[in-house]
Write a protein that binds this ligand. Sequence first.
Ligand code: UT7
Length: 325
Amino acid sequence: MGRHAGITGWGMYVPQRVVTNQELEALVHTTDAWILARTGIRERHIAADHETASSMAIAASREALERASLAPEALDLVIAATVTPERLFPATASVVQHALGANRAAAFDLNAACSGFVYALATAWQFIASGAYQNVLVVGSEVYSRILDWEDRATCVLFGDGAGAVLLQAQERPGLLSFVLGSDGGGADLLYVPGLGASPVERARQDGRYHLQMNGREVFRFAVSIMADVSRQAVAEAGLEMEHVELLIPHQANRRIILAAAKALGLAPERVLINVDRYGNTSAASIPIALCEAVQSGCLKRGDHAVLVGFGGGLSWGALALEWS
Ligand code: UT7
């Protein structure tokens, strides 16, 4: 078996319940027109009470394994990218590993917020490139509905719940081609959720509530420039030109951010996957869900080159170029 790595299975899960912009009009002072114009979002899926990041991750992961016809016992490693686990520990990945029956696999969670899936995929690739492992499951799963302040119109309209998973396997031919990851903790206060270990001062400031806090305008500015920069870097590291990229699969935070980044890259809108209208921002799940839809809809075909690009809390960012095989 080679030390190259390729995606051989993919799966996704979203909760059944769909919440439209009109429904949010009844909750906060907002309008369907504002949400659609400023974000491109029409609706999002919201988890039922019994659903968690691990239950959704398990459903998406089962689909990915089935698609690749790989028995769970053959998995070497499970990496879960999530910042909304139902337990801080054990890792969501351990819950997924057990539920799948992946009894040989190691498991850990990775926290890079909305960049989590790209970070996790790049990490999985290194385990294969080193020769240590052959079969690695990477899953992004989030229930942001549980960390949102449903009285804050500036944030509660933006996010949704869901999970997406891929199986990465060792192969003879290159599949994944390059990755670029980055971090600027100087932007930590622009997008965060206080943790259980917050200082008493911070706890008092949060008034016992642990909700997502965001400076939307600053994150917007950062997102547009970093998405273009890091995509260019990943394409160059893969030895490609942007014109060779058939499909950009960006983190789905805001249609305006995606289109601005695409324009900066000289990519026509039809070469960019956008499904934020139906899911909102599902954080670490957004790129694998978009990847699943790209493959299912025939937007991503054998031999195509694609760039996955994410950004988010950290601040963090990452891009990964691949050839779909
Ligand atoms: O995964 C990464 C996560 N985060 C992001 O990607 C967020 C990046 N930022 C954004 O997507 C945008 O900044 C937002 C969608 C959050 C906001 O759009 P914007 O065009 O930057 O609007 P703004 O923050 O400049 O606000 C414009 C106005 C404000 O009113 P005033 O101060 O001009 O009177 C807001 O209070 O829109 C108001 N506003 C709303 N109005 C109706 C904010 N949220 C809403 C709302 N409905 N839901």
